[in-house]
Design a protein around this ligand. Structure first.
Ligand code: PRP
Ligand code: ZN
Ligand code: MG
Length: 223
């Protein structure tokens, strides 16, 4: 692949992270020609462009070298790291960004008896995070069936396709609306800056360093 002379950052096209991510980049001095309906946003001042995609695709795009950096939830990044085959370039969390805070948790129907993780033994747990859930079950030494769903995980117990769920919780509203009770937190998550394990050896590496410096300044001011 021909080396690019512009930096490319992947971020969520539409969702909870979109607005705060754009706001953060703006505070780092990056502005974009507004073409929000498009996949690609051209950077105006600096040689930094945006790719607006599904959040779940962001780690793969970085790993393939299509993008240099990504703004993505730690949950999505870590799930990708669990599932990525050994040949794929390793990804790193470079900075926690302080927004999009949520947690990945186990939740059970309000009327289910639950005291500890071993109560999940032999049960079916629906999730969009099979890698992270499997890892946690292993650490807990619990043998359960992981049912992978792309979305609407919270209705699985009502539909009878699972006994419990493992999903993101922010306000807790979704759990309450579905008569579910949060029992265990697997991961505290927030938006992070993700990138390859090592800086690219060309000019993009310098651009990334500059961007990280600005980012640290912005994050410090905010704290
Ligand atoms: C997440 C998660 C829950 C909800 C939890 O979904 O899957 O459904 O947020 O938030 P709450 O505790 O504030 O109710 P999201 O809306 O991000 O979309 P997705 O499921 O389509 O990824
Ligand atoms: Zn998603
Ligand atoms: Mg949801």
């Amino acid at each position: 692949m021909k080396p690019r002379d512009r930096l490319r950052i992947a971020m969520q096209k539409s969702g909870r992270l979109t607005e705060p991510a754009l706001e953060l980049l703006k505070r780092c001095g990056l502005t974009f020609r507004q073409s929000r309906d498009k996949l690609f946003c051209f950077g105006e001042g600096e040689p930094v462009d945006l790719l607006l995609v599904r959040d779940d695709d962001i780690p793969g795009l970085i790993s393939q070298g299509v993008c240099d950096l990504g703004i993505v939830g730690r949950n999505v990044l870590n799930e990708y790291r669990r599932g990525a085959d050994g040949d794929a370039p390793a990804l790193a969390e470079w900075r926690p960004l302080g927004f999009g805070r949520c947690r990945l948790s186990i939740a059970v129907p309000q009327d289910m008896e639950y005291r500890e993780p071993s109560d999940l033994g032999g049960r079916r747990i629906a999730t969009s995070y099979p890698g992270l859930l499997s890892e946690w079950l292993k650490v807990q030494d619990v043998s359960a069936t992981v049912v992978t769903l792309a979305g609407s995980v919270e209705i699985a117990p009502k539909l009878g396709t699972a006994d419990a769920i493992c999903d993101l919780v922010q306000s807790g509203g979704t759990l309450v609306a579905n008569q579910l009770r949060e029992t265990d937190v697997l991961l505290q998550s927030e938006a992070v800056l993700a990138g390859p394990d090592a800086l690219p050896a060309d000019e993009r590496g310098d651009m990334i360093e500059l961007l990280l410096k600005r980012l640290d300044g912005v994050i410090q001011v905010r704290e």
